[in-house]
Design a protein around this ligand. Structure first.
Ligand code: BGC
Length: 256
């Protein structure tokens, strides 16, 4: 059992369409302080069903301090405002409250967008550490998530995956899921990603792109094919970016 609520540790949870993962995070190193645990996302993934899994993950390690959780949607001041790839019942749900209530008074939970959490983690401990100026992290998975940071400060909920590209929602053209669905080679898919990222580059002139999501572990197969003026680095925290970023965000929002 792990107990306590020291300001140098917080519990991070990464909620995705298929899995919900969590661990206690050491905020001085960005490393996991407990083993990462994972449960399948309940189907349908309604707020109450997901909250039960969140509460269980935290209870299993006996944590009663700050908890941060990611969610793959716009999360404005704790309230879900979109549902591109999640159950529509989330729209208008006060996720902070639903999750905090599920903790039975043991912990306060702070929820933020999944890509925003990954961006915070990469700036603090990963590929964008020490980079000044504008950093754009893009995650390629079921959809495309984005985090925009200026000198390390996040502009939340940017949703660049839903930019219009050739008359389409960009994520429907260039998400990693599109590669899987259409059985595309990395070469074919990289061509689409390049087209999308050139568009983002024209709009924002960033100093650095960080590319994340499951495909970042095969970055060597597609990142070298991108033809951009901006440097591109693969995300470094891979599977743990959401967990670590959620824990950082939760502690910061609590002002600890
Ligand atoms: C959602 C974003 C999310 C991204 C990655 C998009 O479809 O609109 O909020 O960050 O997927 O999960």
């Amino acid at each position: 059992m792990t107990s306590g609520s020291a300001a140098d540790r917080a519990f991070g949870i990464d909620i995705g369409g298929t899995g919900i993962k969590g661990a206690l995070v050491d905020l001085t190193t960005g490393e996991l302080a407990t083993e990462r645990r994972r449960y399948a996302t309940p189907q349908p993934a309604t707020p109450t069903a997901v909250a039960q899994v969140v509460a269980q993950l935290v209870a299993e390690v006996g944590w009663n301090g700050v908890v941060g959780a990611t969610f793959p949607a716009v999360i404005k001041h704790g309230v879900a405002r979109s549902a591109a790839n999640v159950d529509p019942s989330w729209i208008g749900t006060d996720a902070d409250k639903v999750f905090t209530d599920a903790m039975g008074g043991n912990s306060e939970v702070i929820v933020l967008n999944d890509a925003d959490a990954a961006g915070i983690a990469e700036v603090r401990f990963g590929a964008a550490k020490g980079v000044s100026g504008v950093v754009i992290l893009l995650t390629f998975g079921t959809g495309i998530g984005s985090a925009v940071l200026a000198d390390g400060i996040l502009v939340p909920n940017t949703e660049l995956g839903h930019l219009e590209l050739d008359g389409h929602d960009a994520e429907s053209r260039a998400a990693a899921s599109v590669r899987d669905e259409h059985d595309m080679s990395y070469k074919e898919w990289a061509h689409r990603v390049n087209h999308y990222m050139q568009h983002v580059e024209r709009l924002f002139s960033p100093d650095l792109f960080v590319v994340g999501g499951g495909v970042s572990k095969n970055a060597d197969k597609w990142v070298p094919r991108l033809e951009l003026n901006t440097p591109v680095k693969p995300a470094q925290l891979l599977n743990n970016a959401g967990i670590v970023g959620a824990a950082i965000a939760a502690i910061e929002r609590r002002g600890e």
